[in-house]
Design a protein around this ligand. Structure first.
Ligand code: PMP
Length: 682
């Protein structure tokens, strides 16, 4: 049978990982396997564990991959600091692991599971999650082992790591072994006697053979995954999916940082941040801990006539992030509903003030605000929701001026003067009838990542003030750091009355949305008349677990300086799009968003054939990518590291090259785009 790759970890330091590794490496050839050894991180001297295994076995080891070595016998984060050298990062370790394509490999950790690798608090657990190597846990056989072993197994179980078994190393202690089997019945245990090869080669061989067999049996007993991918086709209806023609969905089993892993073992960069939600990276341990803590304290509880601490703390934190622009927070659970609430806030505020002539909303070409009827009514009706037009309420339609040529503004920035005049005329005609103006500020996402001319947006904000029209910003996509600040309006220098956020609010972990407003909007609802209360509320409004996840997300933003990171990502994306100018056209970059079209693929809408083609090709290059029609976009997690960004851009380039070499889409390619001009929004 095929021997599994294995990651050897321990309940602590000095419990015998290296001896157990040596035992397996020794037994392997007798069982017909060439097992390769890799100690990715060595503290306490260069390659000392490898040397001691070689001394034990009396032969050199096959070790194809280089190791991070540090002089001091400390945890890797501290040892790297002491040596003034770079610490190991999971992404680098993974890169090295990927370089290896030989037979089975035994990877030995350094210290226990939760030992920090670097100042970003990555631990071996993160490496195990990323590598998906099954784990062999080494524990001491003596006093104290029960507690250490149970805690280690609980941590591995909580992270859903495959554990092949536990080896109790040292003088056999039947009582400890039995206690552990009783306490953790779903795990397999074995013991390895205290034995030295030199003392008794035959006993050593017997013990190492037994260990080998234990591991082989553990591997064989792992359950095969059920065919749930086929079952998906029978039972599930997916969003925005034409089930007749769509390719099979990618079966995802795990996520860590910017990576998602498929059932087939592919490592895919989450190039859309899972529909623009995943801001702090998948599987962030701090958010996981916050969710677990809150669930054990207070899980979902009614938010009408009751409240909870995390709901209040989050409201205060969001108001703080708005830098005094917003004073109230209303919770919902998705972006569409945050927009519905915003519309109702504006509409009912006029009704409560007995100004019922204000019933129309100003909305814009290219707008997308969600899939509920109110949100669809204030969107671009020529877009995705065309089929629902008869059911939508009427409004006033404006045209944004974009900083680049786009289907909604073909003249691009040249249309600025006429665009400002059109806005002025629109307000002069309808200003007194408008209940509100709704816009995705600076960047319209779903219509194709269209970046507005900032002057035009600022002028809209001024006109709203002049005509006392509440400016409603849909920051479901642009907010929570995506465009370079907590809210796009802060960076754009405009003054909203109502702001909607969702997507990245919980770091992408749980559904939660919020509609923030100014106090004067709220005051229009404060009355002795109960019917003047805002007539809206969702069952899961203010869900405390989601609020706790959002609070943890805000802490991570501060701790990891994510806003500053977005600005660096923006710079790198600009450089990259400039360097790609022979291959792509119409590039736009804002914050951690880059979008472009492939030369010669024509215009087209959401249903452009490339929308099927690109994701499938991208997958072969290690990307989970979506498009908006023929618009390719890259919206990475905001926490992306520089080397991960380079890795991602490299994969995208490879994907683009493949397209260009084969001929794309409509076949009307005109390459290269000599002298193509680049234009950035700011
Ligand atoms: N507004 C904007 C700007 C969006 O991008 C989206 C979702 N893409 C929504 C609203 C709707 O959010 P949800 O899908 O959470 O309802």
């Amino acid at each position: 049978m095929r021997f599994p790759n294995v990651f050897v970890t321990a309940t602590g330091t000095d419990v015998g990982k290296t001896i157990i590794s040596a035992a397996l490496l020794d037994a392997a050839p007798r069982h017909g396997h060439k097992l390769v050894y890799w100690k990715p991180v060595q503290t306490g001297g260069v390659d000392i564990d490898r040397h001691s295994i070689e001394a034990m076995l009396g032969r050199p080891l096959q070790c194809p991959l280089p190791t991070f070595s540090y002089q001091k016998p400390l945890s890797p984060d501290q040892a790297a600091l002491a040596d003034k050298s770079d610490p190991p990062y999971v992404v680098t370790l993974m890169e090295r692991l990927r370089q290896y394509s030989g037979g089975p490999i035994l990877v030995e950790g350094a210290g226990g599971i939760a030992v920090p690798l670097n100042q970003s608090n990555e631990t071996w657990l993160e490496f195990m999650l990323a590598s998906r190597l099954p784990v062999l846990l080494v524990a001491s056989s003596g006093l104290g082992t029960i507690n250490h072993t149970i805690l280690s197994l609980q941590a591995l179980d909580a992270a859903d790591i495959e554990v092949l078994g536990v080896i109790l190393n040292g003088p056999h202690d039947e009582a400890n072994l039995q206690s552990l089997k009783r306490m953790m019945p779903h795990h397999r245990f074995s013991s390895f006697p205290e034995i030295a090869f030199e003392a008794s080669p035959s006993k050593w061989n017997e013990a190492t053979d037994k260990l080998w067999q234990f591991l082989e049996q553990s591997h064989a007993s792992q359950p095969l995954s059920a065919d749930w991918i086929e079952a998906d086709k029978q039972a599930v209806w997916h969003p925005y999916t034409q089930h007749k023609t769509a390719p099979d969905p990618v079966p995802l089993v795990r996520g860590k940082g910017i990576y998602l892993y498929s059932e087939q073992g592919e490592e895919l960069i989450d190039a859309s941040s899972s529909w623009w939600t995943c801001s702090v990276g998948h599987g962030h341990p701090q958010i996981g801990a916050a969710i677990r803590r809150q669930q054990s304290r207070l899980d979902h509880s009614i938010f009408a006539g009751a409240t909870h601490r995390v709901g209040v703390e989050l409201a205060e934190a969001l108001i703080g992030k708005s830098q005094g622009h917003m004073q109230r927070v209303f919770y919902t659970d998705n972006g569409s509903c945050a927009v519905e609430v915003a519309l109702k806030m504006a509409a009912q505020s006029w009704k409560n003030r007995e100004q019922s002539q204000r019933q129309l909303f100003l909305h814009f070409k290219g707008a997308y605000h969600g899939d509920t009827f109110g949100a669809m009514s204030v969107a671009d009706r020529e877009g995705l929701h065309k089929g629902f037009t008869p059911y939508l309420f009427r409004g006033v339609l404006g045209s944004p001026v974009t900083a680049h040529a786009s289907s909604i503004c073909p003249e691009g920035s040249q249309a600025l003067d006429s665009g400002l005049k059109d806005l002025e005329a629109l307000f002069a005609t309808h200003g007194q009838e408008l209940a509100g103006a709704v816009i995705e500020p600076w960047l319209q996402g779903a219509s194709g990542m269209n970046v507005q001319e900032l002057l035009w947006l600022q002028y809209l904000s001024r006109l709203c003030k002049t005509y006392k029209v509440p400016l409603i910003l849909d920051e479901v996509f642009t907010g929570m750091g995506r465009t370079g600040d907590y809210f796009a309006f802060l960076r754009a220098g405009i003054e909203p009355d109502i702001v909607c956020i969702a997507k990245g609010l919980t770091g992408g972990n749980l559904p939660l949305a919020a509609t923030l407003c100014r106090e004067d909007i709220f005051e229009a609802f404060v009355d002795d008349d109960r019917s003047k209360a805002l007539m809206h509320g969702h069952t899961f409004s203010g869900n405390p677990i989601a609020c706790a996840a959002a609070l943890a997300t805000l802490q991570i933003f501060e701790k990891q300086a994510l806003i500053a990171n977005v600005l660096q990502v923006e710079e790198r994306l600009k450089q990259w799009t400039e360097a790609q100018h022979l291959h792509i056209q119409n590039p736009r970059v804002l914050g951690a968003v880059a979008a472009w079209e492939l030369a010669g693929t024509g215009g087209g809408d959401y249903f452009h054939s490339l929308a099927y083609d690109i994701p499938q090709r991208a997958r072969r290059h290690g990307l989970l990518m979506r498009t908006l029609g023929n618009t390719m976009y890259f919206v990475p997690p905001l926490s992306i590291l520089p080397q991960e960004l380079d890795d991602a851009l490299g994969r995208i380039e490879a994907c683009i090259d493949e397209f260009l070499n084969e001929g794309v889409g409509t076949g009307e390619r005109q390459l290269p785009l000599e002298g193509a001009e680049l234009h950035f929004p700011h």
